[in-house]
Each structure stands twice: as C-alpha cells, then as structure tokens.
Design a protein around this ligand. Sequence first.
Ligand code: NDP
Length: 332
Amino acid sequence: MLRVAIMGLGSYGTRVAEAMQTCKKAKLVGVISGTPSKVKAWQAKYNIPEKNCYNYETYDQIKNNPDIDAVYIITPNALHKEAAIRVAKAGKHVISEKPMSVTARDGQEMVDACKAAKVRLLVGYRMHFEPHTLEIIRLRKAGELGKILFSRGCRASPSATRRKWRLNRQLAGGGSMMDIGIYSINGSRYMIGEDPIWVTAQETKTNHEKFKDGVDETIQFQMGYPGGAVASCLSTYSMNNLDRFFLNGTSGFAELLPATGYGPIRGRTNRGELDQPITTHQTVQMDEMSGIILEGKQPVVPVDGEEAVKDLKIIDGIYESIRTGKRVDLHL
Ligand code: NDP
C-alpha cells in the first residue's frame, strides 16, 4: 500500500480522496490543509488520525512520520514548486497535480530537489492510465494507423474559473493553457509518439475585464514533430462542449470524444467504436502510481517530473510565441 497524504482539500483533492476509497494499492492516510474545518470533516469521513494532520506551517514535520509515504499536492499551480521541494526535503515521495509548475525552470528545480532527496516525483497525468487512450497508443505503435501526419486536441472548461485563483496570474501562472491546454500538449506527444521541435501560438480574448494581462482566455497553438506530423490545438476558458482529440495517419484515424474530461471517455477509429472499459481515472492513477513508486513498475506513458518539464518547456514556448509573434524552436 502507498500511504498518501493529500495537500489542498479543494475540489480536485476531494475527487481524488473519494476515488482513493476503492484503490487496492494506495490509501489516503493524511491531510495537509490551511482550513481546520475541512481537516475535521476529512478526519471523520476517512478515519484520519490526528497525528497525520498538518497545516502549511507544520508539514515539514512529516519527516518524523513513518506512516506516510507520499504527499499528493493539489493546490493552485504556482504553489506546487515550494511544496514539492519541502516534501522532498522531508524524505517523502511527491505526487504533484498538473501543471507540475508554472515554468520549465521551476519544474526542473522540483526534479532536481526530488533527485537530491532520493524520492520519486510523479505528476497527476490521469489520462496516461485511461484505457481508450492507451488503446489508441497501442494501435499507433502497432502501425495500424500508418504514418501519423496530423493530430488535433481541443479542450474548454468554462466552469474552472469559478475558483478565483485561476484568474490570478500569481497563483495560476497563466490561464486556460496552464490548466487545460496542457492536455492537448501532453496528448499530442503521447499520441504521435514523438516530442515536438517547434511551436507557434496565437491568443484571443473576448473578455478583457475577466481575463487580465497574463491570464489567457483562449489560445490556439500548433506544434511540429520531427517525423513530419503537425498538431493543431485549442485551449479555452470560454467555450462549451469542447473536449476532443483526433489523430490521423496514412492508413487510419482515431478520435476521442469526450477526450480528457472525467469520463466516460468514448472513442472510435476508422474500424469502428472502441469498447475499452470505463474507469474512474483517479482510482486507476493512484493504484498505478503505487506500482511505480513501490514496485518500480514502468507505465506505458511516463508520469515523472522529467516528462512534465517537457510540457512546461512547450508552455514556455507557447507564451514566447504569443509575445514575439514568431515560431519558437523547442529543445526537449
Ligand atoms: P481548488 O481551489 O478547488 O482547491 C485548491 C485547494 O488548495 C484549496 O481548497 C486549498 O485547500 C488549497 N490552497 C492552498 N493555498 C491556497 C491559495 N492561496 N488559494 C487557494 N487555495 C489554496 O482548486 P482545484 O482543486 O480545482 O485545483 C487544484 C490543483 O489541481 C490545480 O493545480 C489544478 O490544475 C489541478 N487539477 C487537476 C485536475 C485533473 O484532472 N488532473 C482537475 C482539477 C484540478 P485547503 O483549504 O485545504 O488548504
């Protein structure tokens, strides 16, 4: 069993905690929170002992707690870095939510800190364990789709900005790109099976009042891959009913619709509907992460910090392209 403390008892933290109740190899055993009333409620609901409860001032003491193996950081994006470094220094494995951090440089610092402390750093890329997604990757690897030439990833999440920190650049590190654009970045990479070598991006805003400077509402971006494939993607906080992925090769296509929400994920290829099982993503993710940390299991698509730094380098490139109006070469 991987014994996990969750840091940040918010909306997604709550979803993860619920999903972990049916895990076979991971268990919620502790909390780190700035809100005592939530701690009390979680203690009662999940039977968490007082000695496994911390706040943001006290959690370095987790180093003296032999009953916690890992901390799952589910706080606003810009807070992940400091937390990961402190958790690593306390000798506990780190699972960070996506985006792992808000710049590639910060992400690299997290990777280095975890390496120095000899703990694992994994990122909550739940789609890396989703059966329809994995089936398309399998088909592509088996050559069923031929040579991949095009992919398209689109994702919108208008309700996300109900959490006000997402509109605050200091805490969010950006806007929709950080939050959900990352699904198309990451998805294009594992679906095509290569890392991109350039990116171009364009930003549009319909609401300048709500989305202040540095907080993007809508970004379109394109990525070029060494094998000749191109990806065309869109990330937005403003549209509805937009969650899809499409992959086109010389002998077939595959698509997911919806593609990266909590599910049920649906998909089809040129041969017909995919009939993979519907899963609770966070349950599977935490069981698989337990396997990675405790048993050295290798996932089909990596979920480690190095992998996440690549996504952050692409995000850095996207913001640079918007700033300069130029194509940005990537060196992942
Ligand atoms: P919420 O606002 O719902 O929760 C964040 C929690 O972080 C808060 O409830 C609070 O918990 C804690 N926190 C600590 N400091 C702050 C602060 N300064 N401002 C606000 N909250 C603070 O956000 P989400 O749960 O939606 O998102 C959290 C993270 O999870 C983000 O990085 C996001 O990208 C990621 N996420 C990932 C998803 C996925 O599918 N993988 C889906 C949704 C989010 P407390 O009161 O306990 O201290």
